[in-house]
Structures are given as structure tokens and as C-alpha cells.
Design a protein around this ligand. Structure first.
Ligand SMILES: [Zn+2]
Length: 104
């Protein structure tokens, strides 16, 4: 599967909370915990909440990870993600073009 095919697929997302270990306690914590959302890697959604929590804890070095919700992005969310990615790629391409122009 190439990059574009991967991008075109609706990805799985997870919302999870974890213990705030900030010192001093940060502004973002609620009841001593942070809540955030991220994408899952391919197939992780089938491994169960416990495995996902363990992976998030390892990957983000977070403590007390609790998976709140796992869901697959809607077509609209997917399209927005792809559009953002394409804008980024276009900006990058322009940056390279400008860079080359500047070398003349
Ligand atoms: Zn914090």
C-alpha cells in the first residue's frame, strides 16, 4: 500500500486520559489527568483497549493511561486530514522552489 492509499483510508482514533505528572501541576489537567486524542496505527483497534493503553503509555511515556474511546474517523474527517496534508506538501514544494530561486 502506498502513502496515498494509506492517507485515503479512514483512520482509527483514540481518546485517552493519563495522569498529570507536571511539576508544578499544569493548567491543562482536570482532576489530575490530561485527556488527548491521537491516531492508532494499523490494526491496533483490534487489539483491545488494554493493549492500546499499554502502547500509548510506552510510546508517550505517560502514566495511568485509560482509553476513553476508540472510533474510526468519518469521511469528512478523513477528507479534512488529507486536505491538510496536501496543503503541507504544497507549501513544502513551494519552499524548495523558492530555495532554488534564491540560489541563482
Ligand atoms: Zn499536566
Amino acid at each position: 500500500m502506498n502513502r496515498n492509499e494509506l492517507l485515503a483510508k479512514n483512520r482509527w482514533k483514540v481518546r485517552y486520559s493519563y495522569t498529570c505528572t507536571c511539576d508544578p501541576t499544569c493548567y491543562y489537567e482536570k482532576d489530575g489527568r490530561h485527556t488527548t486524542t491521537t491516531y492508532l496505527n494499523r490494526g491496533e483497534q483490534d487489539q483491545g483497549a488494554e493493549a492500546v493503553a499499554a502502547h500509548l503509555a510506552r510510546y508517550f511515556k505517560a502514566e495511568g493511561v485509560t482509553v476513553e474511546e476508540v472510533w474510526q474517523e468519518t469521511d469528512a474527517e478523513r477528507d479534512a486530514r488529507i486536505a491538510a496534508h496536501q496543503r503541507e506538501a504544497a507549501n513544502e514544494a513551494r519552499g524548495i522552489w523558492w530555495g532554488m530561486g534564491g540560489a541563482n
